[in-house]
Design a protein around this ligand. Sequence first.
Ligand code: HEC
Ligand code: HEC
Length: 208
Amino acid sequence: MTRNLTKLGLITAATVLCLAPMSGTSAADVNTLLATCANCHGKDGASTDPNDPVIGGMSATYLAAQMSAYKKKERPCPATEVKAGDKKGTKTDMCEVVKDLGDGDIKAVADYLAKQKFVRASQAADAALAAKGQQLHQQNCEKCHSNNGSVPDDDAGILAGQWTAYVKEQLAAFKSDARKGDPKMKPAIDRLDAASIDALVNFYASLK
Ligand code: HEC
Ligand code: HEC
């Protein structure tokens, strides 16, 4: 509520700081945190870097769950470079980024990002492979990743228009058990050979 009003410019930052103790996290903190995220994930989570997933517009439930998973190191944390801001060029990883965040911070950041638009990545896709990938998606993935993996409320990330390098990396992580996802997804992923994965990622990349 406080955040919405700030966004609409209806109350000042000073008012927010007075109200903040009631909500657990001050709007000022959230803005600082979001600025950190933007250094890699772009403004409002609309990443323009192929190595950083688009995160704006995913569900708050999914985003908070993934941040908690990184915090508990239940997901691989590949090293990555800060793309902008004061720490540009230095290396860090997602586990490091979220390690000091409390539940209130995680919720506030997830709620904000969930209200943003998922801006699909602008990337090349092979049309023939995408057609094959569409079929594979329908048969194996659509029941949980509905409407071609574009529905936030599925609480399963967003596949349509996500950066290919990231999607590929996650499929490999599920396969090797380095990332433990929904146990019911595991058989669907295990069935995929390299050619099928290639077709699927071209399908998701083709959705603009
Ligand atoms: C230094 C660059 C960097 C910064 C800063 C950063 N991220 Fe990330 N983030 C990444 C990369 C790279 C990945 C993909 C990592 C992987 O392979 O799991 C990622 C993954 C994620 C994911 C998982 C996406 C999904 O679809 O499951 C979420 C959620 C996320 N970041 C949220 C945040 C938030 C919130 C912040 C700010 C508090 C933040 N990130 C700051 C680089 C960054
Ligand atoms: C039984 C339901 C189910 C099926 C079937 C399923 N998934 Fe998932 N998938 C999920 C859930 C739930 C998540 C998110 C949470 C998690 O990791 O457990 C997820 C996460 C993912 C992610 C990570 C998204 C991100 O932003 O990091 C990818 C990639 C993915 N699925 C691809 C696929 C593909 C490709 C198929 C079909 C071959 C598939 N899934 C089939 C339920 C499913």
